[in-house]
Each structure stands twice: as C-alpha cells, then as structure tokens.
Write a protein that binds this ligand. Structure first.
Ligand code: FEO
Length: 174
C-alpha cells in the first residue's frame, strides 16, 4: 500500500514522463520536417521510451493498490530553430527529470517506503544513461560547428549512439 505522499509524487512523475514523451515527439516532427531523418528517428524512439517510463509508473501504482492518474499535457513547442537548440532543450529537460527522480527517491526514504525506493533505482540508472547520452550529443554538436559534412554523418549515425552508464551491470538492454 502506498502512502498518499508517495502516490502523489509518483503521479507527478507520470506527468513528467508523459510530457517528456510529447516533448520529444514534437521535436521528432520538427526534425523530420527539416530534413534530419536520423535525428527524427532517434527522437521518435526516445519519445517511445519516455512513454514506456510513464507506463511503468502507471502499472506500479496500480499494482500497489494506488490510483494512477493520466493527466492533461501542455502542448510542447513546435519550433526549435536548429538541431543544436533542440538538443540543448533536450539536455536541460533531462537534467530536470533527473532532479525530479532524485526528489521522488528522497520522499520514499522520508516515508520509509523501501519497495518504491527499490523500484525507482531503475529510473536512477536510466537517467544517468540518458543524461550522459544527451551530453555526448551536445559535445559532438560543439565539435561539428558549421561543418556540413560532419552534420551529414551525425544525422546518419545518431541512431547508433548509445552510452552505457557506469551503474549498468554490463548489459545495455533497457
Ligand atoms: Fe524518462 Fe528521459 O526521462
């Protein structure tokens, strides 16, 4: 059984993960419209992953006899200016998600809910990976500058970019 406080915090995280999914979906659409097919595939996939993060929380709350609430989502912005700007937004969004997971973990400790604390460790590792990947992409973008050949390769190869976090015990599977 979840405490009210933990249940509310998990529901807030549902909002955050669902909003992330929509955010990346809007980015994917923008990238597709602007000729970056690799970037858009990467973002469509990322959007799916965020939906999975949301769903995992929904199922967990229900499993623990709580009530998962599917919220209304604010429409994400549709214009990103450039791929650089898009990934800057993505990176700072992931930093916010990491903070939010950290707060959630803190609430579980305060409430002595060690089961939820244990469940959330998957999200802690996942965030470490996602932030590291976003940072890797930002570093590549800085290096590329305005070299159009480099951008061509970046768009072609972005789907193969993965970062295995140090918290992962050797498997890159999600
Ligand atoms: Fe599920 Fe990227 O946060």
């Amino acid at each position: 059984m979840l405490s009210k406080k933990v249940e509310e915090a998990l529901n807030e995280q549902i909002l955050m993960e669902g909003a992330s999914s929509n955010f990346y979906l809007a980015m994917a659409v923008w990238a597709e419209q602007n000729g970056y097919s690799g970037v858009s595939d990467f973002l469509y996939k990322h959007s799916d992953e965020e939906r999975f993060h949301m769903l995992k929380l929904v199922k967990y709350i229900n499993e623990r006899d709580g009530v998962a609430i599917i919220p209304a989502f604010q429409a994400p912005t549709t214009n990103y200016g450039s791929v650089k700007e898009l990934f800057e937004k993505l990176y700072s969004h992931e930093v916010k998600v990491t903070q939010s997971i950290g707060e959630l973990v803190g609430i579980c400790l305060d409430e002595r809910d060690f089961t939820t604390h244990n469940f959330l460790q998957w999200y802690v590792s996942e965030q470490l990976e996602e932030e590291a990947l976003a940072k890797t992409i930002m570093d590549k973008i800085k290096l590329m500058g305005s070299d159009s050949g480099a951008w061509y390769h970046f768009d072609r190869d972005i789907l193969s970019l993965t970062v295995t976090s140090s918290a992962d015990s050797g498997s890159a599977a999600k």
